[in-house]
Design a protein around this ligand. Structure first.
Ligand code: 13P
Ligand code: SF4
Length: 316
């Protein structure tokens, strides 16, 4: 039975979600890549680091994660006493999927004496094989916290890894993974946009390929990109990340112009198909039924939590 059939069409989903949140002491944490409506009903919107910090400190009994599976799983690892629910369990992540645990364990074994730093976009099993987790907003700080005589493995994103190698000067061994959304931006189309908007600053996420990052005026996490655009005196910005971020940009600075960078495919902007699986209808059902719920094996949770706790301690 489809979601649409299961819901009474007369229901005002905005009101129902607000009622359920209050009734159940639930909080909605949303990532910037969610649809505008979802961002508007969220209690907190942030980048991956801010969302994990919020999950660690919330007093709510239920965390509804409007994001993808690894984000909700991270919330459960940090806050095991809370019920963590995800509107659609199929909301995965191509980057997390590009790093299967058994293959990564073999890779790690080939590089003994290396400190393992993993981007938060990975499974609990990878986090359990990791020394320190990082996000795009604290990755440099995390790498710099590691003594210079230590060798480093960086996983799973080869693009963020290459960017960090350049930024920090550290020679890291990279896992060969990537994000399907950030890898398909078209350099040719970006260069054409730059010609059309010569005054615009190019703002890019470090999950993009080096050829794209070479043309960026600013590189950072979703929150950092948003803050840069709001604080800048410039009026036009070419935004090279998932298009969901444009909602907060337009809301906070309606007088400025935000131009989404197009992918290789024949469309104007770039959506993450996993992030976009979440809908208001699924959020309503998820809150009503308190399902689907993230359930984690306690041994795995404990093994995975140490690498996240280290990140949170360094990021304070
Ligand atoms: P940040 O919001 O931490 O920059 O992450 C981007 C992303 O791709 C999340 O899946
Ligand atoms: Fe994963 Fe990329 Fe989607 Fe983020 S945008 S959830 S990294 S596939």
């Amino acid at each position: 039975m489809s979601t649409a059939v299961a819901i009474d069409p007369r229901l005002d989903l905005f009101e129902e979600i607000a009622r359920l949140k209050k009734e159940k002491n639930a909080v909605i944490l949303a990532h910037y890549y969610q649809d505008a409506d979802i961002q508007d009903i969220a209690d907190f919107i942030g980048d991956s680091l801010q969302l994990s910090q919020e999950a660690a400190k919330t007093n709510a009994s239920i965390i509804l994660f409007a994001g993808v599976h690894f984000m909700a799983e991270t919330a459960k690892i940090i806050s095991p006493s809370k019920k963590v629910i995800l509107p659609d369990m199929a909301a995965g992540c191509s980057l997390a999927d590009s790093c299967p645990p058994a293959a990564f364990k073999a890779f790690k074994d080939k590089h003994p004496d290396h400190v393992v730093v993993s981007y938060i976009n990975c499974s609990a099993a990878i986090k359990a094989l990791t020394d320190i987790v990082c996000t795009s907003s604290n990755a440099e700080k995390i790498i710099e916290s590691i003594p210079t005589d230590k060798k480093i493995i960086f996983a799973p994103d080869r693009n963020l890894g290459a960017y960090l190698k350049k930024k920090t000067g550290r020679d890291m061994v990279l896992w060969d993974g990537a994000c399907m959304v950030h890898e398909i931006f078209s350099l040719e189309k970006l260069l054409r946009l730059k010609e059309r908007y010569p005054e615009a600053d190019v703002l890019a996420h470090p999950e993009c390929e080096a050829a794209i990052l070479d043309h960026a005026d600013f590189i950072g996490s979703t929150t950092a990109i948003l803050n840069y655009a709001l604080q800048s005196t410039k009026q036009q910005f070419i935004v090279v990340t998932e298009s969901g971020i444009l909602h907060q940009m337009k809301k906070a600075a309606p007088e400025k112009e935000f131009i989404p960078a197009p992918p290789n495919a024949n469309c104007a902007c770039n959506d993450c198909p996993h992030m976009k699986l979440n809908t208001l209808e699924k959020i309503y059902l998820c809150l009503r039924d308190e399902s689907p719920e993230i359930i984690l094996d306690e041994k795995l949770r404990l093994e995975a939590s140490a690498s996240i706790e280290r990140m949170l301690a360094i990021s304070k």
